[in-house]
Design a protein around this ligand. Structure first.
Ligand code: SF4
Length: 370
């Protein structure tokens, strides 16, 4: 990825990763782009100002959410997924990265030490892709190294790329999960522009699995198109013909969703996309989704493919769905968001003891309020 401009905050000018850029300008302020696609080509590396650690902004108590935490230090992304909510979210669209590892880890340590009994799953992908900006993957390495000693935290890097080489020799202690969003090649080609092919993503998964990292898989957003059923079956087969289920820590499933204002933006930004042509219904969180019977069919079918591929042992959960959809798909559902948080901590502790050494106290998780 070649950027049209790179701006670096003077406080970070001595960092190693800055030397990887041929040319850059020193400035304290973002160059501030407003056009979403234009902003992706201009990088601003800056230092930390306010708090960056918080619970995922999508958490909505009307749905069962996985209550992941995030560090929102990346804003915008060089990839161009047609369904990306950022096109309707960012005001300054400059691709911005807060690259102060020490200050970020200090904030995380301070906040997570208030609940030492809890396993904090902490993603770096809320407003971007964790590994898409290759020159900055040195910064991801620093985070991986630092998380090794944060007992009750798991770092979650999530990507649609394949640039994992720099991470392979890092001592991670099992405290970092590297995750991929996965979709059939037809969807990647048309709707996930600029991202790594499925083949490259699977090759990257194989490499990180060999380096001992737990892998996360996100079949989200599932997208309907002619022949989607076979395409998702082939997708599951392609992954699990290479990756052993015991290396997969969790699998999430979700389907396409976006709010009404985004429909026009998708059509303007990506006229070749087909995703707005399907029938969708508006939920009371103001998001369009496929009608419920179709979503249940999609999730149930995918679940059957995962079972057939031997991935039953992996913890599978739905993203942003209600209790009744869980019941239809799994025949059971967590009693609350805190219960799902507990179930995830329990499965990690049991299957990946290095990642979560302490047994989670159920009563404390069940008492969490959101
Ligand atoms: S990879 Fe994620 S952040 Fe980047 S464009 Fe796609 S959906 Fe948006």
């Amino acid at each position: 990825m070649k950027f049209k401009s790179v701006t670096v905050h003077p406080r970070l000018s001595d960092r190693n990763f800055v030397r990887d850029f041929d040319r850059y300008t020193l400035a304290e302020q973002s160059p501030k782009f407003s056009d979403y696609r234009q902003g992706k080509r201009h990088l601003f590396i800056t230092s930390k100002k306010g708090g960056l650690f918080h619970i995922c902004a999508s958490l909505d108590p009307r749905y069962i959410c996985c209550s992941t935490h995030v560090i929102s230090h990346i804003s915008n992304c060089p990839f161009e997924c047609t369904y990306c909510f950022l096109q309707n979210y960012l005001t300054d669209t400059t691709l911005t990265v807060v690259a102060d590892t020490d200050a970020i880890v200090e904030e995380i340590f301070h906040k997570t030490s208030l609940q030492p009994w809890r396993l904090f799953r902490i993603g770096t992908w809320e407003l971007g892709d964790s590994l898409a900006i290759e020159p900055l993957n040195q910064f991801a390495i620093d985070l991986v190294s630092r998380f090794k000693s944060l007992d009750n935290c798991l770092l979650k890097l999530r990507t649609k790329g394949s640039a994992v080489e720099p991470l392979l020799d890092v001592e991670h202690g099992g405290k970092t999960v590297i995750s991929w969003t996965v979709n059939p090649p037809e969807v990647i080609k048309r709707e996930e522009i600029g991202t790594a092919s499925l083949e490259k993503r699977i090759q990257a998964m194989e490499k990180v699995a060999r380096a001992g990292y737990p892998i996360g898989l996100h079949f989200d957003p599932m997208i309907v198109f002619n022949g989607w059923e076979t395409a998702y079956e082939d997708l599951v087969d392609a992954i699990f013909s290479v990756i052993e289920p015991e290396n997969v820590i969790w699998i999430s499933i979700g389907s396409l969703r976006f709010n009404p204002e985004m429909k026009k933006k998708i059509e303007n930004n990506y006229p070749a996309s087909k995703i707005t042509a399907q029938e969708m219904v508006l939920g009371d969180d103001n998001k369009f989704r496929y009608p419920r019977p179709l979503r249940e069919e999609m999730y149930s079918l995918l679940l059957s493919f995962l079972k057939a591929a031997g991935a039953e042992q992996c913890f599978v959960y739905l993203c942003m769905e209600r209790w009744n959809v869980w019941e239809r798909v799994f025949g059971r559902c967590p009693r609350s968001i805190g219960h799902l948080d507990y179930l995830m901590a329990k499965t990690v502790h049991e299957r990946f003891p290095n990642s979560a050494p302490q047994s989670p106290p159920k009563d404390l998780y069940m008492a969490l309020t959101y």
